[in-house]
Design a protein. Structure first.
Length: 250
């Protein structure tokens, strides 16, 4: 590790799952114990900066559901590795999808930014379902920490004005008839954020570089053998157009 010389309290996990070291615990001095699973490429030795990706799961992947349940349930952390072989992938397992978990996500991210050699121009995140609610709160607090964010099958709870000031690119993906949230909250977030960018004087072309709304109809899911649009949001991890946007040039 590299960093500022701060002494961090971290309990390293002793087991692995598909290349991830699981059930690590960062003892944050301000935000308590933060459980996470992490994939660190074998080539990482701290001598050069690596990209960083945070993936926050839905309810089924929270810590009380069981260690590494997020990795078992969702593919974002694995599929991400196909886009950048020199990227550390962090899969936190938090306790809920509210303010405490948002603050813990920020604390964990700041730990990785300080303790590892990270390319600050390549810091990405996705949040699915409840994890999207958490990440939207993060993006309403510290959006400047991220290069781009993918919001999947969720609703937006964070401060859009703070996000608009940072101009961090965001991709909003959801099923038209998402059984849990519906698509209307996502559409409203898009309209609000687009309006904020228009108020800043940005052109349509400039806004398209910062903001994407992708509402999938029923055929998107049925053609892939899935009948549930909310659970089907996990398919976005395999969608090269969506994931390619996240890890593309911004």
């Amino acid at each position: 590790m590299i960093g500022s010389g701060i002494s961090y309290q971290v309990d390293a996990g002793t087991e692995t799952y598909r290349g991830f070291v699981i059930d690590n615990v960062y003892h944050s001095p301000n935000d308590g114990d933060i459980h996470y699973n992490v994939y660190i490429p074998a080539s990482y030795d701290g001598s050069r900066p690596y990209a960083l990706f945070f993936t926050l799961p839905g309810y089924e992947g929270l810590y009380f559901q069981g260690v590494a349940r997020n990795l078992e349930a969702e593919a974002f952390g694995f599929e991400a590795q196909k886009y950048n072989g020199e990227m550390i992938v962090v899969a936190p397992q938090l306790s809920d999808w509210r303010e405490t978990s948002a603050d813990q996500t920020i604390a964990l991210l700041e730990y990785f930014l300080d303790a590892y050699n990270i390319d600050c121009e390549k810091v990405y995140a996705n949040g699915y379902s409840g994890g999207g609610e958490t990440m939207s709160l993060v993006m309403g607090k510290r959006p400047e920490l991220f290069t781009a964010y993918l919001h999947c099958s969720s609703q937006w709870d964070g401060d859009l004005e703070v996000l608009a000031e940072s101009r961090t690119p965001v991709y909003l993906a959801i099923g038209e008839d998402d059984e849990y949230y519906g698509s209307e909250p996502t559409k409203r977030a898009y309209d609000t954020l687009r309006g904020l960018y228009e108020d800043q004087g940005l052109t349509d072309a400039e806004i398209r570089e910062l903001l994407v709304l992708d509402v999938k109809d029923d055929s998107y899911f049925r053609d892939r053998g899935v009948n549930n649009q909310h659970g089907g949001g996990g398919l976005f991890a395999y969608d090269e157009e969506i994931m390619g946007w996240l890890f593309g040039d911004h």
